[in-house]
Design a protein around this ligand. Structure first.
Ligand code: UD1
Ligand code: UDP
Length: 368
């Protein structure tokens, strides 16, 4: 029987790979092996628990303040014996993290075919997002199977000279995940806290925003919150100590800004669904928000998700304090703008991306 191995290691990869793990495990034609790198620890475990996925291997590479060198080295060293033992027919990696790049490179060195889930996202700016743009372009060079979430992602790969027969447009598995997490009846103490206010969800963690850009983002947001007594901001802070320090330095002491630990994905998706709007530099949230009809101010200079911008849900505002102040205030005061951004269509798929990927691998032209 053919063997498919999935390798992932951070929160967002897990959220988008767990639906695929479940789909593949439901297919009797293949054996499915899950190897997590543990690039994230607590934030990864939260997702594995939520989706009830138990990995076959955990490389447990994370340590506090890890560098890109360390993650790359540890993933490669840890994965090599697992691949030697399991001899998978294909390894699936996701997106653009260091886990993704290091796992794909390991497979390349070991002559194991790679399938890239969420292939073809590009900014064509190697410094933003950093190092993710490099990671996904590099994986694009060696991947044998490319599962592109949108036609735009497919077009990027074709423009780069990829054989069209190796590319499939599947939708994004993020939408598959949302289909299982958001429920009609949901309560939580953080939602009780926000009752009667406009709830704004904030997340920020990007490497290129560390330092002054994060401080600038937070100052802009705080100024608006202090002007609008009916607005409350919930910010589940990434576990990176640098991010936590910036958040505490700039946002603490305002009783309408609640800083929390990372929130489990079931609750978090239900918070997004009940929010007024979202402020984020996250990649995954840019895909989820259009599906939930929530306006997003993207706290980055560029995005690899132009479909959400074209659909009207996403607006790129960068990291400049004044820009963020103005754009955030506009969404609180301009009803027409708010309605236009919240009525947008979801361009990221119908919730069946995992099923398509499994069909392609098992019954399609991949011949694994
Ligand atoms: C990584 C990815 C990024 C992705 C993000 C999702 C790379 C280079 N970056 O960035 O693309 O958007 O994950 O969140 O692959 N930490 C913990 N516990 C955890 C997770 C993180 O303590 O469960 C702390 C550690 O101190 C760690 C630091 O956060 O050193 C940074 O984690 P790391 O995976 O290196 O980078 P991210 O910024 O999370
Ligand atoms: N998310 C979550 N809990 C949180 C914050 C985010 O479950 O407290 C989810 C979010 O819905 C999205 C994913 O985590 O699916 C995004 O992860 P992150 O922002 O860490 O990474 P990125 O998408 O930027 O790579």
């Amino acid at each position: 029987m053919k063997k498919i191995m999935l390798v992932f290691g951070t929160r967002p990869e897990a959220i988008k790979m767990c639906p695929l793990v479940k789909e593949l495990k439901s297919r009797s034609q293949v054996e499915t092996v899950v190897c997590v790198t543990g690039q994230h620890r607590e934030m990864l475990q939260q997702v594995l628990d939520a989706f009830e996925v138990t990995p076959d291997y955990n490389l447990a590479v994370m340590h506090q303040g890890q560098t890109l060198f360390e993650v790359t080295e540890r993933v490669m060293e840890g994965l090599r014996p697992v691949i030697e033992k399991e001899k998978p027919d294909v390894v699936l990696v996701h997106g653009d993290t260091t886990t993704t790049f290091a796992a794909a490179l390991t497979c390349f060195y070991m002559n194991v075919p790679v399938g890239h889930v969420e292939a073809g996202l590009r900014t064509y700016d190697i410094s933003a997002p950093y190092p993710e743009e490099f990671n996904r372009e590099a994986v694009g060079i060696l991947a044998k199977y490319n599962f592109a979430p949108t036609v735009n992602a497919r077009a990027n790969l074709i423009k780069e000279g990829k054989n069209p027969d190796t590319i499939w447009v599947t939708g994004n598995t993020a939408i598959d995940a949302l289909g299982t997490t958001v429920v009609g009846d949901f309560s939580h103490p953080d939602l009780d806290w926000a009752e009667g206010s406009r709830l704004v969800i904030l997340t920020a963690h990007r490497r290129e925003n560390w330092g002054e850009p994060l401080y600038s983002i937070f100052r802009g947001i705080r100024r608006v919150v202090e002007e609008f007594p009916d607005v409350k901001v919930l910010y589940p802070v990434h576990l990176n100590p640098l991010v936590r320090k910036a958040a505490e330095d700039t946002l603490s002491g305002c009783d309408r800004i609640r800083i929390t630990e990372p929130i489990d994905v079931m609750a978090f998706h239900n918070f997004l669904a009940r929010s007024y709007m979202i402020l984020t530099d996250s990649g995954g949230i840019q895909e989820e928000a259009p599906s939930l009809g929530k306006p997003v101010l993207v706290l980055r200079e560029v995005t690899e998700r132009p479909e959400g911008v074209a659909a009207g849900t996403l607006r790129i505002v960068g990291t400049d304090e004044e820009n963020i102040y103005r754009a955030f205030k506009a969404l609180l005061t301009d009803e027409e703008l708010y309605d236009a951004m919240s009525n947008a269509e979801n361009p990221y798929g119908d919730g069946f991306a995992s099923k398509r990927i499994a069909d392609i691998l098992i019954k399609g032209k991949t011949n694994i």
